[in-house]
Design a protein around this ligand. Structure first.
Ligand code: B4P
Length: 193
């Protein structure tokens, strides 16, 4: 079973690469950003509360995202060929919870792959996406920069968490989508060898 954590700052290309990876490796895609946006679109109470934080570029509370992932893992059960976790975990508490949840399903994380992209390129991509996405968190430069700063302060410790477990690989997230995809596949093959 291949369980992949795709890691990186906002706009690094996690969602973009996930689309390619799920096709090649037949994985179930679990994006906490997509799950939260679907709650917002359905107008649920969880969605309304999450929207207030997401629109400001802040993280949604750990219990909320951990709960969403837990129900998705239960829904798919052991029939899934593997999972790609996109945008999750974003805190060490989420990483610990994910290990516990996967242990209940007799599995664990195979590897975490971090996409490395500098801040100016991230801001450029987020604002460009904002021209068409309608996402409030892509709307202005101040919000985009706040999201990068939240990532630097709250999310980067997650990389050390996996590094300590010997499950960390970093790749250059600048280049064509195909070049980056090839680098990720190489890291996955190395992790599975
Ligand atoms: P996410 O939905 O995870 O948003 P993201 O970080 O912007 O996405 P990603 O890195 O996938 O970017 P993409 O591929 O689209 O999170 C949104 C919010 O939800 C968070 O701020 C937070 O509030 C909340 N949230 C989500 N998960 C949470 C959690 N676990 N805990 C707490 N809160 C949580 O790429 C961006 C753009 O770049 C696209 O337009 C794409 O076309 C372009 N691009 C991609 N690859 C490129 C390349 N190689 N070259 C040029 N452009 C490229």
């Amino acid at each position: 079973m291949l369980n992949l954590v795709l890691f990186g700052p906002p706009g690094a290309g996690k969602g973009t690469q996930s689309e390619y990876l799920i096709r090649k490796y037949q994985l179930v895609h679990l994006s906490t950003g997509d799950l939260l946006r679907s709650q917002i679109a359905s107008g649920t109470e969880l969605g309304l509360r999450a929207k207030l934080l997401m629109d400001q570029g802040l993280l949604v509370p750990d219990e909320v995202v951990i709960g969403m992932i837990e129900s998705k893992l239960t829904e798919h059960g052991e029939s899934a060929p593997g999972f790609i976790f996109d945008g999750f975990p974003r805190t060490v508490k989420q990483a610990e919870a994910l290990d516990d949840l996967l242990a209940h399903h007799n599995t664990g994380i195979t590897t975490m792959i971090a996409l490395v992209v500098n801040e100016e390129e991230l801001i450029r991509r987020l604002l460009k996406r904002g021209e068409t996405s309608g996402r409030p968190d892509d709307r202005d430069e101040a919000t985009a920069r706040r999201r990068v700063s939240v990532y630097n302060n709250e999310t980067t410790p997650v990389a050390s968490y996996y590094e300590q477990q010997g499950k960390f690989a970093a790749i250059n997230g600048i280049g064509t989508i195909e070049e980056i995809f090839a680098s990720i596949c190489q890291k996955i093959d190395e992790a599975q060898a």
